[in-house]
Design a protein around this ligand. Structure first.
Ligand SMILES: Cc1cc2nc3c(=O)[nH]c(=O)nc-3n(C[C@H](O)[C@H](O)[C@H](O)COP(=O)(O)OP(=O)(O)OC[C@H]3O[C@@H](n4cnc5c(N)ncnc54)[C@H](O)[C@@H]3O)c2cc1C
Length: 445
């Protein structure tokens, strides 16, 4: 049985189905996909959850194709390799090359020199070092504040002074240990095969394809919520409740995969002994994020929008964390002659901003887009999505939290945890690891 039909649960279910194993998936929502939210209307394809997937290896592409999506995968436009950072009021474009950084004006000459000195900085750090601490130590204060800080607020909606480097960016963290330098490690490891992709009909198309594959051998119960999980001498038993009328059923199974977000675990889902084991998770934060997506006539935006979007360092003191340019990244996101912008507000450093009323948010986004990309007048369309708890924060306690899951999985045979709360927050990570978990479990009797 799988609790949660988000990307993590669907990937595990699809892998089990591929091996001919039956499973029941339960989710209180009336559609599959969890944090994936695609709005399709009037020629617009708007993502108010994840916008794109980052593929790391050829195997990631093959996995997406295995969901029947081979001719539905869209590669990001070449021009979107350019990313902007808003610094001292100006959007500074960066391409994936060190020379581009030096010529962007993002860092002062001294800041550039300090960054280039990184290979000469001896190994250091301590367990539990924060992202900001790591970045300052290796790259210098300026690069930490103007480069690493906006990446952290863009990816994790987090505070770099509180997030754990090893937990948030394990591959970068390992470069220091293995090569003595992040820059040398990147050079020696060779070119990256990373690709950014989306889908013709948006991210929901991916979730629907995974759901269809899972349903081949399994059963999807949408509108049903798992309310109690217990283990007896003959396996697991889950109480599930239909949200519409409160009807309840008891389901017995040999194994359970828990993929619902950690902030939902306190709803009496676990028996006391398991809940006590999970106590470090009661302090796992997931701050709110509000997404304001806007459609404009192309003539109303002065900036050429020739890139992926921009991120904003905390030192700028602005209200918007960053803004994506989806119609510059993937084809078909906006009708002809229109452009789509997608702003993110809130996160760990400004949670109150995410909770402002629609009218106030509109004012903030109006000012922001006028100042940064020269937007004039009212947008033609607008979509607002509120995520009261968006992204789990991997802070200093994350490793302890993850190790308590390992202990619980050892103590409670047949119980498995998988989701954005563990090991990585990206969508592709949830899918890749969900697939691996499903395949592993399919080989067990
Ligand atoms: C605004 C936003 C933008 C993002 N952008 C990107 C991006 O561009 N690229 C990227 O790689 N990642 C992005 N992410 C992260 C990515 O969306 C998540 O990592 C991914 O969705 C996690 O999948 P999951 O299955 O672990 O959890 P979720 O997607 O949260 O799914 C969990 C599921 O559990 C269900 N559930 C809840 N309670 C119960 C219960 N009691 N019983 C059964 N089921 C239950 C929920 O309804 C939900 O369907 C973004 C996230 C957000 C919020």
């Amino acid at each position: 049985m799988i609790l949660g039909a988000g990307p993590a649960g669907l990937a595990a279910a699809a892998a089990l189905a591929a091996e001919g194993r039956r499973c029941l998936i339960v989710d209180p929502a009336h559609r599959v996909g969890g944090s994936i939210r695609t709005v399709r209307e009037g020629g617009w394809i708007v993502e108010t959850g994840p916008n794109t997937l980052q593929l790391e290896h050829a195997a990631d592409h093959e996995l997406l194709c295995s969901y029947g999506l081979t001719d539905q995968i869209l590669e990001a436009e070449a021009g979107s390799a350019r990313r902007f950072i808003l610094s001292r009021g100006v959007l500074r474009g960066l391409r994936p090359s060190p020379l581009s950084l030096l010529g962007s004006g993002l860092l002062s000459p001294l800041g550039c020199l300090r960054l280039l000195a990184e290979p000469f900085i001896p190994r250091g750090g301590r367990e539990g070092e924060t992202v900001a601490g790591f970045a300052r130590r290796r790259f210098g204060r300026e690069a930490a504040a103007r480069l690493m800080d906006p990446v952290v607020s863009g990816v994790h909606a987090g505070d770099p002074d509180r997030l754990d480097m090893a937990a948030c960016f394990p591959s970068v963290h390992r470069l220091e240990a293995e090569y003595g330098s992040v820059i040398l490690g990147l050079i020696r490891r060779g070119g990256s095969s990373r690709r950014i992709v989306g889908f013709r009909q948006g991210m929901q198309q991916l979730a629907d394809a995974m759901g269809a594959k899972a349903a081949l051998h399994g059963e999807l119960r949408l509108g049903w919520k798992a309310s109690r999980l217990s283990r007896g001498s003959d396996g697991w038993s889950a109480r599930i409740r239909r949200e519409s009328d409160g009807a309840e059923e008891e389901v017995r199974c040999g194994r359970v995969i828990v993929t619902l977000p950690a902030w939902k675990w306190k709803d009496g889902l676990f028996e006391q002994r398991m809940f006590e084991r999970l106590s470090p998770w009661t302090r796992c934060e997931a701050p709110p994020v509000t997404v304001v997506a806007r459609g404009y006539d192309v003539g109303r935006i002065r900036h050429p929008l020739d890139g992926f979007g921009y991120l904003t360092p905390g030192e700028e003191g602005r209200r918007v964390l960053g803004c994506l340019f989806p119609s510059s990244v993937l084809p078909g996101r906006a009708p002809a002659g229109k452009v789509l912008r997608c702003c993110f507000l809130g996160g760990a450093r400004q949670p109150a901003v995410a909770r402002r009323e629609d009218g106030e948010l509109r004012g903030v986004v109006d000012r922001e887009l006028a100042e940064t990309v020269g937007a004039q007048g009212a947008p033609e369309r607008e979509w607002i999505q509120r995520w009261e708890q968006a992204i789990p924060q991997y802070d200093h306690d994350q490793r302890r939290r993850e190790s308590c899951l390992e202990t619980l999985e050892r103590e409670e045979p047949g119980l498995h945890f998988h989701g954005a709360f563990r090991g990585g927050i990206s969508l592709m990570h949830a899918i890749r690891c969900g697939d691996a978990l499903g395949r592993r479990l399919a080989t067990r009797p």
